[in-house]
Design a protein around this ligand. Sequence first.
Ligand code: NDP
Length: 400
Amino acid sequence: MNKKGILIIGAGGVSRVATVKCAMNIDTFEKITLASRTLSKCEAIAKDIKKNQKVDIDVAKVDADNVPELSELIKKINPKVVLNVALPYQDLTIMDACTSCGVDYVDTANYEHPDVAKFEYKEQWAKQEQFKKAGVKALLGSGFDPGVTGVFCAYAQQNLFDEINYIDIMDCNAGDHGYAFATNFNPEINLREVSSNGRYWEDGKWIETKPLEIKIDHDYPEIGIKPSYLLYHEELESLCKNIKGLKRIRFFMTFGDSYIQHMNCLQNVGMLGIEEIEHKGQKIIPMEFLATLLPDPASLGPRTVGKTNIGCIIEGFKDGIKKKVYIYNTCDHQECYKEVGAQAVSYTTGVPAMIGTKMLYKGIWDGTGVFNIEEFDAKPFMDELMIQGLPWKILDLPVE
Ligand code: NDP
């Protein structure tokens, strides 16, 4: 029987946006099923979509850590593509279920082991042969960063430069949610990322820094100057392989003073620990307990004001002349909330997740195996960004 429709897994903040956007593109996707661990979360999203977009979404309950259970659901639905917007812990099991059912796979974050605060592509790249053998493809990292940042770099490589030497990925969230401390996406994943050592790639080597050790003040268009901290971010691992001529690639993210003070304090008292401890006869993981206490990122939508600005400063040569550009998108939290009922961090991830899925669904991006986003033709994705709510601009910067 011909495969038809998409299966979206996970029903959090990013999923809400991706599912709404897929519903707005129902002409492409034909049929949408939303499945997660908690059925009521899927039902709530489906209900809002029925009311606002007048599109019916099927819902299902699934534990995506369980490959047989997931495979059974995929076989029953028989979709063309599975979009994973659950957590990075589920990447490998969902990939396995996809190859066992012969279905394409898309995600927005690379695999993380629940017990080790370390993320890398190794285990997902190792599934290259598995995907080829099954005759299907995996598109890794189709959010904003990773995701659109990789597409911006690919677009620059394919259309603007003969050779790229330096890339700085700049991620600014100047939104204010009014809480002393909250994270804009899954708290556990966010805090593990920020409290880890920083790392960047230069002259073929990785250089490690202490958490938040390197800070620069950067002037973001439409926002202004913000302190920005060097972090390790997963797209560095694939971009340093896929962008030719690269000498250095780094990633910076803005944080307010209150966020950093809270995070340092939580770290100092052990609340960011990911190892089990005993509390009054119960086993708990401090980080999981903290995530329970913090506001649900999906609830920040109505109260977050301000903008995000994320982009890539790219420097290299065109026709023998030095050239430097900033390719970026600016997004307004309240406008996102009005459109899809979510703040801009979920929006900037959910929209590209839908676009990446669309590229595969329509066969615009083809092939078999495991791919990072910058390995494909960037132009059709860039065109979609313009019409799906994430318009981009290119700014020429002075070269030294
Ligand atoms: P949330 O925590 O809001 O949502 C995660 C969802 O996954 C929840 O609905 C949860 O279900 C579901 N889930 C968790 N475990 C399972 C499981 N075993 N089986 C089925 N469903 C499960 O996260 P976000 O929406 O904030 O983030 C989603 C993804 O997007 C994450 O991987 C995150 O890293 C990524 N991301 C990527 C970005 C990018 O730019 N590339 C930026 C921001 C996020 P339940 O609620 O029932 O527990």
